[in-house]
Design a protein around this ligand. Structure first.
Ligand SMILES: [Zn+2]
Length: 168
């Protein structure tokens, strides 16, 4: 577990909170609770959550939905000026998709020890060499704060998002 001090900005916390709200929506639909948002120049251009059950499609991870939406919004397939906020470390499929989008930055919530892409990375990461990737070191205050407080709301705590992806 990464215990290094957090260097996430208030903006990062705000967007990760939105991703967590998407994960809550997924949970309410009996989906694996993973949420994602894509931000360009400080604006959210895509919000998505896992839809594997509803679409009966294992490629319907939150990140895949978010990439498609963001590309549609921008009218182009490259997301190099964008940041993806996702509640769980991307799996190899989503890291591969992120590679092709050349997304500028990936910020994830909880590390996925079982299926996170970093577990499968060899000498080279699956992400694009120009993609900055940070995650797994959120401040405890973010994990514990109440949704009704003025602080960024995170409910349930990030640890809940450490749900391994189900397989048929
Ligand atoms: Zn994935």
């Amino acid at each position: 577990m990464d215990t290094s001090p957090s260097n996430f900005s208030q903006e990062d916390i705000r967007f990760m909170t939105m991703a967590l709200q998407e994960a809550e929506t997924a949970a309410a639909m009996d989906e694996v609770p993973v949420g994602a948002v894509v931000v360009a120049e400080g604006r959210v251009i895509a919000r998505a959550h896992n839809l594997c059950e509803r679409l009966r499609d294992f490629t319907a991870h939150a990140e895949m939905q978010a990439f498609t939406s963001a590309s549609e919004y921008l009218g182009g397939k490259f997301l190099d000026k964008c940041t993806l906020y996702v509640t769980l470390e991307p799996c190899p499929m989503c890291a591969g998709a992120a590679f092709w989008t050349r997304i500028g930055r990936v910020v994830y919530g909880a590390k996925d020890e079982k299926r996170g892409h970093s577990k499968f990375d060899g000498e080279l990461t699956m992400l694009h060499p120009k993609t900055k990737c940070e995650g797994g070191s959120w401040p405890k205050s973010l994990l514990n704060c109440s949704p009704s407080s003025s602080a960024p709301s995170v409910k349930p705590p990030l640890s809940r998002w450490r749900v391994p992806l189900r397989h048929a």
